[in-house]
Design a protein around this ligand. Structure first.
Ligand code: ADP
Length: 297
């Protein structure tokens, strides 16, 4: 079983002819609401691939919170440990997208910011028995530290979104940053070449292995002095939103099923590639037969 401790957000998306400058009002298109949040996306990614998944998180006592819990439940995620929080709104992401597909995002964490050590302690039995626990950086450090302490299985830490000066909790087995997040953790410029990425990953000595996602360039797997480049699957990508979430969810599933790291990374690349061929976050996430097809192609 997989435990995901993390954020649930309602994404409010508005297409706009251009992004407003400070003080400007822009008339945009119709508002769309989608379930999102890195934690929830990763939980759905894993559940859609057939894993038993339980989410630990918080939503507000409002219609958005109810909708997010329902969306998770419909995806097959156990929401027993998604707590309704009085006095805080559900987390929202306010997203504008221009005609070129470029977006700006403001996240209002709301109830996600209230997730604390006590929430993880309340889920101690779950975390102890989970074969993989998955964490990100959209909830307070305190919750992540407690989750690492309580986790009985493999801990996968996705340091997203990038937070300058963020510290990875001690005890993480597997760190999964993209290039920008790797730069935020090392305090150095974004690494370019494979050698630079490998060198940066080696600076992060706390984790057992580092899996750096490189977008359309695939993944660099760094373990000790060794590194291995796994190319991305070639696909006609139309929207890479949540590719990282698709990757983390799938990686957790493969590891929970006992795959070795290299095999798990190849499988997760295939699942993430599938997600880039469809628009949106949760609707784009892959089903198991699609991953098999992608690997066979
Ligand atoms: P994030 O969304 O966190 O920035 P990445 O962009 O690195 O993460 O994407 C995560 C993974 O998704 C990559 O390692 C790769 O396997 C897959 N991926 C992303 N973009 C593409 C693409 N254009 N073609 C194929 N696979 C992709």
């Amino acid at each position: 079983m997989i435990a995901v401790v993390g954020s649930l957000n309602q994404d409010l998306v508005v297409p706009a002819p251009h992004h407003p400058v400070p003080g400007e009002t822009v008339l945009g298109g119709d508002l769309a609401r989608h379930p999102g949040g890195k934690g929830a996306n990763q939980a759905v990614a894993a559940a859609r691939l057939g894993a038993a998944v339980t989410m630990v998180g918080r939503v507000g006592d409002d219609p958005a919170g109810g909708a997010l819990r329902s969306a998770l439940g419909e995806a097959g995620v156990d929401t027993r440990h998604v707590t309704v929080t009085g006095g805080a709104p559900t987390g929202h992401a306010l997203i504008t997208v221009d005609p070129g597909g470029e977006n700006t995002i403001v996240v209002s964490p709301g109830a996600n910011a209230r997730l604390g050590a006590a929430d993880c302690e309340g889920a101690a039995e779950l975390l102890r028995s989970a074969s993989v626990t998955v964490l990100q950086q959209e909830v307070p450090d305190e919750a992540n530290h407690a989750a690492v302490r309580l986790a009985g299985g493999t801990v996968l830490y996705n340091p997203a979104p990038a937070v300058a000066g963020a510290v990875v909790p001690p005890g993480v087995d597997l760190l999964v940053p993209n290039r920008t997040e790797l730069a935020a953790l090392t305090g150095r410029p974004v690494p370019g070449t494979t050698e630079e990425v490998a060198a940066a990953a080696r600076e992060l000595t706390g984790a057992g292995a580092v899996v750096v996602t490189l977008g359309g360039d695939g993944v660099l797997l760094v373990e000790g002095r060794a590194h291995l480049h796994v190319p991305a699957c070639r696909v006609p990508a139309v929207d890479t939103t949540a590719a990282g979430d698709a990757f983390c969810g799938a990686l957790a599933v493969a590891l929970a099923e006992g795959d070795g790291l290299e095999r798990a990374v190849r499988w997760a690349c295939a699942a993430a590639a599938v997600s880039t061929t469809r628009r949106g976050a949760q609707p784009s996430l892959a089903r198991r037969p699609e991953v098999a097809q992608m690997l066979a192609a």
